[in-house]
Design a protein around this ligand. Structure first.
Ligand code: HEC
Ligand code: HEC
Length: 431
């Protein structure tokens, strides 16, 4: 049934919220879903099915109430997946990022806990003892964060594991000499968060977040040019760290309508949003996009998602830092959705160089980084032609490069609407 799709691709895909990766994230869920019938769980949350209740009642520490970030109408992992015992009540969108987080924290791959039978993954299977241990670990981590105030909810798998399966629990002798000058930080490491603005910079010369965002709009071409932007057509290529490539085309219209076509050797996927409803079309058919996916896709392909930044944040602080030898201003912000982000602006040109996101899950904070390069002027507004996304997944990098961008060219707005359901993917007999 399911086409053999490169595993690396799926993994990259699940993690990143950027367009292509989001679209590809589809493959993971569908790949797992394809091995089972769809209705498998009582929709009543927190209800324990007979067999799991009998075996591991102690692990069920989580309830829906513990994770208020689940948006209205958004499915939880236990509602979608087949064999969930501890990750109850957590948004489905966090499943694959968390799995990548487990793998990165322990320095392993999915097959450390999951079985692969002759190329077919069976994620629900409880064959490996490591998966049961992981369940106990998840329960412990959730519990520590819930009951130990002083940890600030920030204990994660990585806190102990640090890239290995066996955490070091005993200090090695002889103890190392104390470092001569405490507070210097690790060599080459980033400045500690909250570090002072830097030597010799009086606080008065630090711009405010507003100053930085205004300078950014100016650097892009100015508010007037941005306001003139009504449509955009972008074509590009996508290359993952392992050389997987795809092509894609995005049609956008102000303020946030889009239609994306993403073509891989395995097939074509489309997503669209007409201002009120989001949809997806893939080889299985046409469906409505769930609210969480819609929000992610909008963030990745909305025309103004990296331009109109001010309205996306509720709180912003500024500090000075260096990025690849350049002076940058970093805005540390909290988005309206409660997500922590950092925006790195070139202190000289004012352009956005990097955007990092921390996805807060009950088992840890999952980082992601997007770099913007090669800004070029398109009809008065600068656009980054190269976008690199770094994820936790084995540190892999995926790069998007635009080959063609047209602004304010006519766009057929009907392509933003959900297409009629097409007949099943079966190829019609040749005439
Ligand atoms: C350290 C162990 C561990 C690693 C590594 C791991 N997983 Fe998991 N995975 C689990 C556990 C435990 C569960 C079940 C969680 C529960 O019961 O609430 C699970 C569940 C899943 C499920 C849901 C299965 C179902 O019940 O339908 C999927 C899909 C999945 N993992 C994918 C992955 C992928 C993809 C990777 C590699 C990126 C991965 N996992 C790496 C431990 C792991
Ligand atoms: C408080 C510290 C701590 C935290 C937090 C923690 N672990 Fe562990 N973990 C351990 C220790 C200690 C062991 C036992 C290591 C050994 O046997 O050498 C272990 C063992 C494991 C094993 C078995 C490894 C093997 O070789 O069979 C798995 C799987 C695992 N942890 C997964 C996780 C996951 C997933 C998380 C996050 C949800 C997590 N752990 C969080 C301390 C921790």
């Amino acid at each position: 049934m399911t086409k053999p799709i490169s595993r690396r691709f799926i993994l990259n895909a699940g993690l990143v919220l950027s367009l292509l990766l989001v679209m590809a994230g589809w493959l993971v869920t569908k790949t797992t879903a394809s091995s089972k019938t769809l209705a498998h769980k009582s929709p009543t949350l927190g209800v324990v099915s007979k067999d799991q209740g009998a075996k591991q009642p102690k692990l069920l520490l989580t309830t829906r109430h513990a994770f208020p970030q689940t948006a209205q109408g958004e499915k939880t992992i236990d509602q979608v997946q087949k064999n969930i015992k501890v990750l109850n009540g957590i948004p489905q969108a966090q499943l694959i990022p968390m799995m990548n987080f487990f793998a990165a924290s322990l320095g392993v791959r999915c097959n450390f806990c999951h079985v692969n039978n002759a190329g077919q993954w069976d994620y629900p299977a409880d064959t490996k003892p490591e998966k049961s241990t992981a369940r106990e670990m998840i329960a412990m981590t959730l519990n520590v964060n819930k009951t130990t105030k002083a940890t600030n909810g920030e204990v994660s798998c990585f806190t102990c594991h640090r890239g290995r399966t066996s955490p070091v629990g005993v200090p090695a002798l002889p103890l190392p000499q104390p470092t001569p000058r405490p507070g210097q930080g690790a060599p080459g490491g980033p400045a500690a968060p909250g570090a002072p603005a830097g030597p010799g910079i009086p606080a008065a010369t630090m711009p405010t977040a507003d100053d930085i965002l205004n300078k950014y709009l100016e650097a892009l071409g100015g508010q007037a040019a941005i306001d003139k932007l009504k449509t955009r057509v972008m074509k590009g290529t996508y290359t993952s760290a392992n050389g997987m490539t795809a092509t894609y085309e995005i049609d956008q219209a102000a303020p946030d309508k889009f239609h994306v076509v993403f073509t891989t050797p395995q097939g074509t996927m489309e997503r669209g949003f007409n201002g009120s409803a989001g949809w997806e079309k893939n080889p299985r058919g046409v469906m409505d996009m769930p609210s969480d996916q819609l929000a992610q896709t909008k963030a990745a392909v909305g025309m103004f998602s990296d331009i109109r930044l001010k309205e996306q944040f509720t709180r912003m602080n500024v500090r000075k830092d260096k990025l690849d030898g350049k002076d940058v201003y970093v805005i540390l912000g909290t988005t309206t959705a409660g997500r922590r982000e950092r925006l790195y602006f070139d202190a000289e040109t004012g352009l956005l160089l990097r955007r990092t996101t921390a996805m807060q899950t009950p088992i840890g904070i999952i980082p992601q980084e997007t770099d913007f390069e090669d800004y070029r002027d398109i009809d008065g507004v600068k656009v980054p032609f190269t976008i690199r996304t770094l994820t936790l997944d084995a540190g892999s990098t995926a790069t998007r490069k635009y080959t063609e961008i047209k602004a304010n060219a006519p766009v057929d707005e009907s392509t933003f609407n959900k297409p009629p359901a097409s007949p099943p993917a079966a190829t019609p007999p040749k005439p």
